[in-house]
Each structure stands twice: as C-alpha cells, then as structure tokens.
Design a protein around this ligand. Structure first.
Ligand code: SF4
Ligand code: SF4
Ligand code: SF4
Length: 362
C-alpha cells in the first residue's frame, strides 16, 4: 500500500514518478530526484557527487548547481575510491548549503568534521549510500585480465549476498565469489575489512539490498533524520516520489546481506591483522619516502603539527607518531593506502593499534 508520510527509521521502497528517469537511473531514481528537488527548491546551493566514466571503475567528483545537470549523472554508478568528505572540508564555506552523496566511511568523515567545528551539520544534506566496497583499479584490472576481460568492457558491478556480479557491455554476466582470495580479485583491502556498510548519520539512506522480486525498480530508502523524512514527505506530496512500506521479508533480506558482508569483513580483518603482525614493521615504515600523499588523501588529517613533525624526525618515528596521532580519529576509509607509492598499509596499522587498545579498554 502506498505511503503518504515517511517517518524516521521507517523502511520504504521508493521510486521516482518520472518513468524516463527510473529507466535511466539505477534503482528507482530516488538519489537523482533528491538532488534535483533540493536544488530546484533552493534548499541547497550545490550538489556534490561522483560521476562515473568511462566504466563504473572510473569516476570524478562533480559540483552541480542546476537541476537539469543532475540528468547527466543519473544512472552513473562509480566504484572509484573518491572521498567526497575531503571536498566538503576544503571547499565548502560556512553558510553554503550543499547536498552530498556519501558512503558510510565518508559519512563518518563528515561527522568528524562537524564534531570538530570544521563543518556545520545544518549546511549539508547527506544522501547516504549502502556500500559493499570499492575496487583498487590496478588489482581489479589484473583480476579481469586473468579472465580475459578488458576493464573497459565492464558495465556494472553489483554486490549480491555472497558474490559480486560483474555485468559486461555485451550483456553477459559473470559471478565472482568474494570469500576466497578477495584482494587478488581487485577488492580494496580497506573495504574488505570494513565493518560499516550502511549509513547511520545521513539524512536519508539509500540502496538496493533487501529489494524483493517485483520491487527491482525501487530504491530501498530509510529516512534517518527528521529533516530527511520531511524532504521525502514533501517530495511525495508534490508527486515526485511514490513509496510503499517494505514487507518484513524485505527487511530480513537486507539484514541477511549486511550480516553476511560483516561476517566476511570480520574474518578478513583478523586475517589482515595476522599478516601485519608477522611483517617486519620497522622495515615497512622505513620504506616511507615522506611524500605526504597519504596526508593529502586523508579527509581528517589537516593539522599542521603532522607536517612539523615530518621536518624534525626520521620516517619511522614520523610514521609511529602519525599512527598514534590518528588512532582515535581515523574513520577507516583507506584513502591513505590507495595512494601510498610504497604500499604502507597506514590505515591497517592504525586499526590494529586501535583494536589492541580497545581490548585493554583504554
Ligand atoms: S571503507 Fe567501507 S564504506 Fe568506505 S568505501 Fe570501503 S566498504 Fe565502502
Ligand atoms: S588515516 Fe587513512 S584511513 Fe584513516 S581517515 Fe585518514 S585516509 Fe582514511
Ligand atoms: S604515502 Fe606512503 S610513502 Fe608517502 S608519506 Fe604516506 S606512508 Fe610515506
């Protein structure tokens, strides 16, 4: 039955009433409709999101200021590891209102920025996206090459309950089980050990996990704040969106998908910790060339002290001081690991130390 009013924490299958958009967008078109509506009504000045291309493995951040420009990104699914929270921190000034699509790790970065006074929560409308993980473009290209697939042929990649579904442009689909040897299949190590795959801090959470047969053209949508529910309700009232309650089987399917991904993540996290424990940490840290790529990629690190320490000490001591400095701040996005030219797993080190300290209760 159609819903006229959504409430915070309610679960809804929602879709755009614009049939053309639903055809073009993935999953019911709720995300592009939200962007268009917020811009058209003057609720935000700009939208920040990622536009894919030429395949879902590529992507670039885009600033959109006109509702019609949203059509260009509708249906654009990107698995490129881009952290939009960093753009919010660096480019959005107090009083500028923006809507931004965020994965759970980006959402945590936004929370950190808000909690530390670098961003005002009321200036951002967060459209949270479920996230099964992203790919390291080099690793995935290699993994696809082994299957004699050119990365340019990939049309879409979906995370299903226990496998990845890779759709090619010629219409063929193949499945990759991600339990076994996932990193060699191109999965980012940070995503593989990620324990937070659904939004909790955004205004609205969107995704496709939990869509029952017959509801494929919908977005599984959860308003997480009163402001998020209010916007959805205005859009329903204005005839832009239509919503139905998610049946209990849909909710349990969503729970199953999330708990399976978390189960895989727990195992992978422990395995990555064990590998790290066996490695020669001093040798690893001494590889650091102090290029600061990790620092520039990080949505959290901006404090000048980190730079100052760099001038004063050796790579090993600098790394140790930075790891301890970050251990209660790191939001585990893995951006630092993506860019390190000498493969230092900085975020893994932070997480390992944090896990040990958590066990001590300090
Ligand atoms: S770290 Fe987690 S939330 Fe962030 S991209 Fe990877 S899986 Fe998604
Ligand atoms: S230290 Fe690395 S994983 Fe942690 S927030 Fe910064 S970039 Fe992300
Ligand atoms: S990116 Fe790697 S090499 Fe460069 S400063 Fe960071 S840890 Fe060192």
């Amino acid at each position: 039955m159609k819903v006229r009013k959504t409430v915070v924490g309610g679960h809804y299958y929602v879709r755009s009433t614009n049939k053309e958009l639903v055809k073009k967008a993935t999953l019911g078109g709720v995300v592009p409709e939200l962007m268009k509506y917020l811009l058209a009504k003057g609720i935000v000045d700009a939208v920040i999101t990622v536009k894919s291309g030429p395949t879902p493995l590529g992507g670039k951040p885009v600033f959109i200021t006109k509702p019609k420009e949203v059509d260009e990104v509708a249906g654009s699914v990107s698995y490129a590891p881009i952290n939009l929270a960093k753009l919010l921190r660096d480019y959005v000034r107090p009083g500028e209102k923006v809507a931004v699509t965020v994965k759970p790790c980006e959402e945590r970065a936004v929370k950190y920025l808000v909690d530390t006074g670098k961003l005002r929560r009321e200036d951002v409308f967060l459209i949270g996206l479920n996230c099964g993980g992203l790919f390291n473009p080099f690793l995935l290209t290699e993994a696809l090459r082994k299957r004699e697939v050119n990365v340019g042929e990939v049309k879409d990649i979906r995370f299903e309950k226990d496998h990845l579904e890779v759709a090619l442009k010629d219409g063929s689909i193949f499945k990759v089980r991600y339990m076994k040897d996932a990193i060699s299949k191109g999965y980012r190590p940070a995503c593989l050990r990620c324990l937070n795959h659904v939004p909790t801090y955004s205004d609205v959470a969107c995704g496709y996990w939990g869509l029952l047969p017959g509801y494929e053209g919908y977005t599984y949508t959860i308003p997480l704040t009163a402001w998020g529910a209010e916007i959805l309700n205005r859009m329903i009232d204005d005839g832009v969106l239509e919503a139905v309650e998610v049946p209990p089987e849909g909710k349990s399917l969503r729970r199953e998908v999330v708990s399976f991904i978390n189960f895989v993540a727990e195992i992978s996290r422990e395995a990555q910790f064990k590998e790290l424990d066996k490695s020669n940490i001093e040798e690893m840290l001494s590889r650091c060339i102090m290029c600061l790529e990790c620092w520039h990629a990080c949505p959290i690190r901006s404090e000048k002290e980190v730079l100052v320490w760099r001038e004063e000490t050796s790579p090993v001591i600098w790394q140790i001081s930075t790891v301890t400095y970050m251990y209660d701040k790191c939001i585990e996005c893995g951006s630092c690991e993506d860019v390190c030219p000498v493969n230092i797993p900085f975020a893994l080190l932070v997480q390992r130390i944090k896990a040990l300290r958590d066990r001590l209760g300090v």
